[in-house]
Design a protein around this ligand. Sequence first.
Ligand code: KG4
Ligand code: ZN
Length: 348
Amino acid sequence: MRDFTVLGIETSCDETAAAVVRGAAPGPGVILSDVIFSQLEEHRPYGGVVPEIAARAHVEMIDGIVERALADAGLAIGAVDAVAATAGPGLIGGVMVGLVTAKALAMAAGKPLVAVNHLEAHAFSARLSEGVAFPYLLLLASGGHCQLLAVEGVGRFRLYGTTIDDAAGEAFDKTAKLLSLAYPGGPAIEALARSGNPKRYKLPRPMRGREGADFSFSGLKTAVRHLTLAEEIDAADVAASFQAAVIDILADRTRAAMAMFRRDFPQCAVASFVLAGGVAANGAIRMALGRLAADEGFAFRVPPVRLCTDNAAMVAWVGVERAQLGLFDSLGAPARARWPLVSKSTAA
Ligand code: KG4
Ligand code: ZN
């Protein structure tokens, strides 16, 4: 299959990003440019992402970011094969900004459009970075999602488990707020946990040992809240104890999904386990899940940190994979606030 070159745009949350990627399935691809503007400072005073502020910041930034991505790649828009943009799921105002920009560029330059599912972009990030072959087991842990899936192909996913309440990243963010740490919570908790004692506080591990591979994090967050109300706490010890609980939950549920994956794909000689999404930026989580994979005989593949948190290179990469298959979208493709990878009726 020939190489495709795709411009990707990402605006579903609080990063305005554009990137140009070249390659062919199964990867790895070449990242020709990768521009990210993080709106952290705009949202920090509010302790979380404010949708209206995010949408306006995307509008202000997007044209310049796209221009820079093309300039860094040394390409004019006429030299790309397709324009890809996140079309959901995410904050609808932001998604619309990126998608409309992509449509305008595609129309003006006469290029096909790829409307990308942000979750598929996270799911395929390890193909962009490592060229991981289908099928593989994926733990996608981000601010909005926590899912275990078999990734079988473009648009082909089998759901093993999902969170019944909060996402893993959301648990980090909410716990950080309880500890009065700065937004975003994940990196703040990870940093604080380094100097804390993970055995100091006994925190629950909801769903551990349960049948299936579903997650639950809200009880953990509630336990942290009770702790902060009941006693004079040591924040570093709470952060370390919280992170240890999250690791135990993720490892237990992943172990269960590994058995399901083995059952479903017995012909897979070397089964791969991919960790992706913003929470995959956490060093302690990467290490613990790497150990689990080794124990269970899975090859552990995790993208570099920059490709774990939101970025446009992973969006461009889905554009490459879909363009190769001729899977383009019309200029009428809708922006979607919700867009599950697996619809309930087809879930395994
Ligand atoms: O994938 P992502 O950038 O955006 C979404 O699609 O949600 O993930 C953001 C989430 C946030 O909840 C953030 O706190 C979490 O990923 N995160 C981390 C770390 N870095 C980001 N969680 C734990 N440890 C980290 N180092
Ligand atoms: Zn994301």
